[in-house]
Design a protein around this ligand. Structure first.
Ligand code: UDX
Length: 437
């Protein structure tokens, strides 16, 4: 959605194919089926300008196209954690059947190393007569910030078949033209081979996931030794070689990319006989962390949450999205529910998506103060801005108990404690008593 709309904004004619009928109806009526700030306006403008259309007819969309982007899902396969490429291959086969004339088939979906070459094989088999090239153009868009990330990227990666020089040049020229507005902004455009482009995406996401996991472990260590993780993160981040971003401690990274991509890179490494042990550990530490967070809340409650009311602020895997995929709130709320707690939850955007994946007994509230009503404990799961400005006195007026477990460090420990709360957060000694060995 975002890439297609932004290409249209660059002045290219874009036809988006959506096979889900409900989503297609929504799109045609101008309703955006995902929560992405600014996307509705951009879609509206480009539809009005006649550059952006939505349909379910692949043949009509592919006819005359210079490039066809495949952006279907590649979910983790159950069991081995590998990315499931069946949707990609199915889409490619359909594209091959209807393509007319030279076409570059580009993967935007995050696909395992070797997929591009397999796509080329499928196309050759389906349409031996078709003149085509395959390219890999991974996206690095963050949910909630996706338009900005597309319009002002740190880099654009274009991978083409390094063993087919003539094709490489033709495909590169088409993609260079598509990204011309970024080229003019001096965005680095990196041309690589197919396998390299595929591996860049996994390496980038896995590195960031590892960085978060690193600070999460340092945060735990801070609690034990009486250090402050905010100061550690800030200070190490000032070293340009480390960089200050992605050093916020959390109840564990979630979302549609990091958990899936770290698992997939682990599988790619093992299958290639070159295990990526740092990432294997990252996956294990992050999964354990989410469970530990549930236990941490239970311990904070005194070891037993049965019969207690727990207010929960934020459910999505991060703010500014309605996405619940692999959110830390899922294992944490599950544990609290199993422990017999009554859960009152509020999320500014994610309550509809949360319902099917959270325990049935959860009560969904109208706002943060409603979630705090009668609560013995309040737990912050996602750092939505609107929670940061909540006055502690107002929370106190609604709550029955005086315990707050802030798993995103959104509040100042001193201010919350001064308001009479018993407060825990992540890796900050003001909030956590140093462990006495
Ligand atoms: C990520 C990548 O950033 C993006 O480049 C890629 O294209 C898709 O995956 P996204 O999943 O939208 O984007 O969210 P991101 O902001 O990266 O956060 C992912 C998870 O890491 C969230 O659960 C977030 O809470 C967590 N996180 C992030 C931390 O715990 N600490 C941090 O410092 C940063």
């Amino acid at each position: 959605m975002v890439s297609g709309t932004c290409f249209a904004e660059f002045g290219t004619d874009v036809a988006i194919v959506e096979t889900n009928p409900d989503r297609l109806t929504a799109l045609r009526e101008g309703r955006i089926p995902i929560y992405e700030p600014g996307l509705d306006r951009l879609v509206e403008e480009n539809v009005e300008a006649g550059r952006l259309t939505f349909g379910d007819d692949i043949a009509a969309a592919v006819k005359g196209a210079d490039a066809v982007f495949v952006a279907v899902g590649t979910p983790s396969r159950r069991g081995d954690g590998q990315a499931d490429t069946s949707y990609v291959y199915a889409a490619v086969e359909q594209i091959a059947r209807v393509a007319d004339g030279y076409t570059v088939i580009v993967t935007k979906s995050t696909v395992p190393v070797g997929t591009g070459r397999e796509i080329a094989r499928i196309i050759r088999k389906t349409r031996p007569d078709l003149d085509f090239d395959v390219a890999s153009n991974p996206e690095f868009l963050r949910e909630g910030n996706a338009i900005q990330d597309f319009m002002r990227p740190d880099r654009v990666i274009i991978g083409t078949d390094q063993y087919k020089p003539e094709g490489t040049e033709r495909a590169q020229n088409i993609l260079r033209k598509l990204y011309r507005p970024l080229y003019l902004l001096e965005t680095p455009i990196v041309f690589t081979g197919l396998e390299t482009a595929e591996l860049i995406k996994y390496s980038a996401n896995s590195f960031l996931a590892m960085k978060i996991t690193f600070i999460n472990e340092i945060s735990d260590l801070c609690e034990k030794v009486g250090a402050n993780v905010n100061d550690v993160a800030r200070s190490i981040g000032l070293d340009g070689r480390i960089g200050k971003k992605f050093l916020h401690p959390s109840p564990g990274f979630g979302g549609s990319c990091f958990p899936k991509d770290t698992r997939a890179l682990t599988a790619i490494g093992r299958n290639a006989g070159s295990p990526v042990r740092l990432i294997e550990t990252t996956v294990a530490v992050n999964e354990q962390r989410m469970k530990d967070m549930g236990e941490r809340v239970i311990a904070f409650a005194g070891g037993d949450v049965s019969g207690l009311t727990i207010g929960v602020l934020g459910l999505t895997f991060k703010p500014e999205t309605d996405d619940m995929r692999e959110a830390a709130s899922i294992p944490v709320l599950d544990m609290l529910d199993k422990g017999g707690a009554k859960i009152r939850a509020f999320d500014p955007a994610g309550m509809t998506t949360a319902r099917p994946v959270l325990p049935k007994s959860v009560t969904y509230c109208t706002d943060a103060l409603d979630a705090a009503k009668g609560a013995d404990i309040l737990v912050v799961m996602t750092e939505w801005n609107e929670f940061r400005s909540l006055a502690p006195e107002k929370l106190a007026a609604e709550m029955k108990g005086r315990k707050i477990a802030d798993l995103r460090n959104i509040w100042d420990p001193k201010a919350i404690k001064d308001a009479g709360f018993d407060y825990i957060s992540l890796g900050r000694p003001d909030a956590v008593q140093p462990h006495q060995a």
